[in-house]
Write a protein that binds this ligand. Sequence first.
Ligand SMILES: NC(=O)c1ccc[n+]([C@@H]2O[C@H](COP(=O)([O-])OP(=O)(O)OC[C@H]3O[C@@H](n4cnc5c(N)ncnc54)[C@H](O)[C@@H]3O)[C@@H](O)[C@H]2O)c1
Length: 327
Amino acid sequence: MHVLITGGAGFIGSHLAERLIADGHRVTALDDLSTGSRDNLDAIIDHDQFKLVEGSVLDRDLVQQLVGECDTVFHLAAAVGVKLIMDEPSKSILTNVTGTENVLTAAIIGKTPTYIASTSEVYGKASKFPFCEDDDLTIGSTKNLRWSYACAKTLDEFLSLAYAREVDLPVVVLRFFNTTGPRQTGRYGMVLPNFVQNALAGKPLFVHGTGEQSRCFGHVFDVVEALMRLLKTPAARGEVYNIGTDQEVSIMALAQKVVAATGSNSEIKLVPYSSVYPEGFEDMQRRLPSVDKLQAAIDFRPMRTLDEIIADIIAEKRALMALAAGR
Ligand SMILES: NC(=O)c1ccc[n+]([C@@H]2O[C@H](COP(=O)([O-])OP(=O)(O)OC[C@H]3O[C@@H](n4cnc5c(N)ncnc54)[C@H](O)[C@@H]3O)[C@@H](O)[C@H]2O)c1
């Protein structure tokens, strides 16, 4: 199978590309290298079944050409992370809406099976737990640009499901919850790589707000396994799936776990949201998925423990630090 991965040089995309190549598929990655990098593709960049196309999902003609050459598309390219979205809101909205429109309108030409990356952010301020795929979505005010990411991804979901209904496009919506693991960068505000980097450097770990807010962290290898299984599940088409784990941890407990696992002397410091984000910033207190629908569809539940995830990230960051020190 020839698979196009938009955002293929990114964190999730590069792991997915490696797995597809290992399983004997051909992969084309389309990436503008804005948050992704060529280094993520070190293991496959010279493989004869892999091709990296440096370009944008905003280039309609290029997207149409690449989608036309492939059997399946994973559309992962996006402006990602609340910090990046707050820093560059209009650019992020346009990337996340127009990029998806370009992919979907190209995919309907040949009814190419397409997997669209969405996010747990779409649940917004919903207060019924766990979050189920058919639940109502509760988004905050448009004055608070933080919600633009959730809204853009919600619109992507609507457009995907509209094409599924109107023209029978075989499309699957992937609502990713916090996915983490090796290669995730802390540069755009992703919490776990940030904590590990600071702990290894002996710097303070900054916990926003009270630290009581909780998240569920899934290992990228589990997420990739779920995607591979969805690829082989035609019944998933036209459906939305939560992709993640239901093991909850508070951000304060996460920081403590990282300090313990690294053996660091780093302090854990609470910082108010107002010193990190513009005034009026709202965080989600909990983000707990139901993964029952996913498990029923693919007979798999992402399960790697948080301790395993932290250990993998520590090993990766230590190796990178050793490499940098040896240069
Ligand atoms: N990692 C998570 O916890 C998480 C959670 C929810 C949703 N998601 C979604 O999963 C997808 C992948 O996220 P990730 O964590 O791998 O982030 P990432 O930033 O590593 O990957 C995104 C990739 O898209 C590329 N990109 C950005 N704009 C582009 C454009 N205009 N044209 C081509 N490429 C472009 C970036 O360079 C990067 O390689 C995204 O759609 C994101 O919204 C991720």
